[in-house]
Each structure stands twice: as structure tokens, then as C-alpha cells.
Design a protein around this ligand. Structure first.
Ligand code: ADP
Ligand code: MG
Length: 142
């Protein structure tokens, strides 16, 4: 397990960027943390680390959004899921999410992962972000 303390949003972004460099493809990242914890901020850094050029936002109204990474990299797609508005795992399964979970050339990250715990693969990496103060966050990766 890795424990990180973030003092500001930039640090959280950089922690995400650093994690991206350790990924090889096929990983599923499950993010836990309240509204405003910094889940999206972390994933914006992760996306940058993967070479995603487009801006990553909370896909609250999309549930699932696919981004292309840098041409030529082994990890070809970043799949960003926001499960907040889901009422059932079934809705996500209907979007074919299990194919992304299994794809060795994709990294998948899920905000509000508690909503879809039942369908998370065993290999899932958990990222827990907790508010310590207005600007400080405790981040655990395991
Ligand atoms: N240390 C920090 N890490 C991440 N975000 C922070 C931090 N300190 C303050 N913030 C602010 O908290 C908010 C986090 O938003 P966001 O990443 O969208 O959270 P979430 O996706 O978890 O709801 C942003 O407005 C950001 O500026
Ligand atoms: Mg978010």
C-alpha cells in the first residue's frame, strides 16, 4: 500500500501522473472519496501521464467516456467512468464495461466505485481519497 499526503490540487494531479507511469495496461482503478475529494483531479493527472490530450472532466452526464492516449503507446485508451448516477451495476454492464476491464491496452478508472463493487474485477487497484482539511487530502493506493 502507498500512502500519500496531498497539500493542494496540483500535488494530487502529480500523484495521478506518477501512477500512470507505473501502469502497463489492463489495470482497473476504483476511486473512493466524497464529493470534492479530488478523484477527478487525480484522474486528470493520470490521463496526462497516459498521454491523453483531451481535457478530462467528470463524466457525470455520460457515465462512461473513452479517451485516446499518445499514438504508439501500449496503453491505447483511457476509460473514465463516473458511477454516481448509476442505480444498478446492470446499467454499466449494458455499456459493455467488462470488455474495457479485460482489455490489456486500456486503463479503466471508476469514480464512485462503491456503486459498482459487485462487478469490480479481483485485480482492481483501490484509490481512497479523504479530506483532511480544505486543501489537504490523504490518498491511499492499494
Ligand atoms: N489537495 C487537493 N487535491 C485535490 N483537489 C483539491 C485539493 N485541495 C483542494 N482541492 C479542490 O477540491 C476540488 C476537487 O474536485 P474534484 O477533483 O472534481 O473532486 P471529486 O471528483 O472527488 O468530486 C477541486 O475544486 C480542487 O480545486
Ligand atoms: Mg469527480
Amino acid at each position: 500500500m502507498e500512502k500519500l499526503n496531498s497539500k493542494n490540487e496540483k500535488e494530487t494531479f502529480v500523484f495521478g501522473e506518477n501512477l500512470a507511469k507505473k501502469l502497463t495496461g489492463g489495470e482497473v482503478l476504483a476511486l473512493f472519496g466524497d464529493l470534492g475529494a479530488g478523484k477527478t483531479k487525480f484522474l486528470q493527472g493520470l490521463a496526462k501521464g497516459l498521454g491523453v490530450k483531451n481535457k478530462v472532466n467528470s463524466p457525470t452526464f455520460n457515465i462512461l467516456k473513452i479517451y485516446k492516449t499518445k499514438a504508439g503507446s501500449k496503453i491505447k485508451t483511457f476509460c473514465h467512468i463516473d458511477a454516481y448516477r448509476l442505480s444498478s451495476e446492470k446499467d454499466l454492464l449494458a455499456l459493455g464495461v467488462e470488455e474495457y476491464f479485460q482489455d490489456k491496452n486500456t486503463v479503466t478508472a471508476i469514480e464512485w466505485a462503491e456503486k459498482i463493487k459487485k462487478i469490480l474485477p479481483k485485480k482492481t487497484i483501490t484509490i481512497d481519497i479523504k479530506h483532511l482539511s480544505e486543501k489537504e487530502r490523504a490518498i491511499k493506493i492499494k
